[in-house]
Ligand binder design. Structure first.
Ligand code: SAM
Length: 287
């Protein structure tokens, strides 16, 4: 069963949370010269015209990226503090809008965000299982050191380890259409931690009233993994029975000071999103 299509959700608050964090992580990795292999296990299409019928159906970007885009002049002017990252991210986002467009017409997915910061010796591997989504991804103009794979991302990631570059950064962003995906992610993370001890891994999970993400968090603790930090951006409290009320990220081996930076960035994002929105960052398992 592969019915999920990210185009229905492109640019929503969870995308902002995930892509801003990945952008910050890449900025941090770029401070050192040694090469990085990036692996995006669930790539999606890579690029989303917001006027497409899928994105227009729910218009989730209107409660996600759009409020930040509207504030971009003041956010881009913000310099020298953690929040200035939002301005840098929005400047990159303007590059995705085509020649001098002042309107937000397109929203780029994780492949674009990861590809934009690639250097000569870096590599980016993208996995996508859905044939239609893969076809869209193949059509994207991406640099020569981006490799697209049609297949299962969690298996593909495991087969790639260890990588030849000194550093590894992984994004695991499943749609969780199947409940077993939480357990599969735990197994994969434990495998990555064994094969590539210093790998930085970002795992996205939804905050749903059923609280399924707790099995993921408990699983990684039981697997004996260390240095796990969580960032959770909530739009509101879980009042309703259905529907995602928040977006979670579990980070393995985040760089030093990254927790404080993301905490400050996401507090600011929350104030732009909604009066009820909030962010909580916490160490799930320390050193
Ligand atoms: N990471 C993308 C982004 O941030 O722009 C969004 C990815 S979307 C949440 C999840 C994607 O994973 C969907 O495009 C879906 O087709 C794909 N998918 C589902 N199961 C997969 C699997 N086992 N391996 C690789 N891709 C898979």
């Amino acid at each position: 069963m592969l019915s999920y299509q990210h185009a229905y959700h492109a640019g929503n608050f969870a995308d902002v949370h995930k892509h801003l964090t990945v952008f910050a992580l890449q900025r941090s990795l770029l401070r050192k010269k040694s090469s990085v292999t990036y692996i995006d296990t669930h790539a999606g299409r890579g690029f989303y015209p917001l006027a497409d019928p899928e994105s227009q159906k729910l218009k989730e970007h209107e409660n996600g990226v759009l409020p930040l885009w509207r504030e971009r002049t003041s956010l881009i002017g913000n310099k020298g503090n953690d929040e200035s990252l939002i301005g840098e991210w929005l400047s990159e986002l303007s590059r995705a809008q085509g020649a001098k467009s002042r309107k937000l017409t397109h929203y780029p997915g994780s492949p674009w965000w990861l590809a934009h910061g690639l250097r000569q010796g870096d590599k980016l591997h993208l996995f996508e299982l859905h044939p239609g989504e893969q076809q869209h991804l193949e059509a994207q103009p991406l640099p020569h050191n981006v490799y697209r794979h049609h297949g299962d991302g969690l298996l593909g990631l495991q087969r790639m380890l260890p990588v030849i570059t000194p550093r590894l950064c992984v994004l695991i962003d499943p749609s969780y259409e199947r409940k077993q995906e939480y357990a599969e992610v735990v197994e994969t993370l434990a495998f990555v931690a064994r094969k590539a001890r210093h790998a930085m891994v970002v795992i996205w999970y939804p905050l749903l009233p059923a609280g399924r993400h707790q099995s993921l968090l408990d699983g990684v603790k039981q697997a004996g993994l260390r240095k796990l930090w969580c960032s959770e951006l909530r739009l509101h409290s879980p009042q309703k029975e259905h529907g995602m009320y928040g977006s979670g990220l579990l980070l393995l081996n985040p760089p030093w000071g990254f927790d404080r930076q993301i905490e400050n960035v996401m507090q600011h994002v929350a104030t732009c999103l909604d009066d009820d929105a909030s962010h909580k960052g916490y160490w799930w398992v320390g050193e």
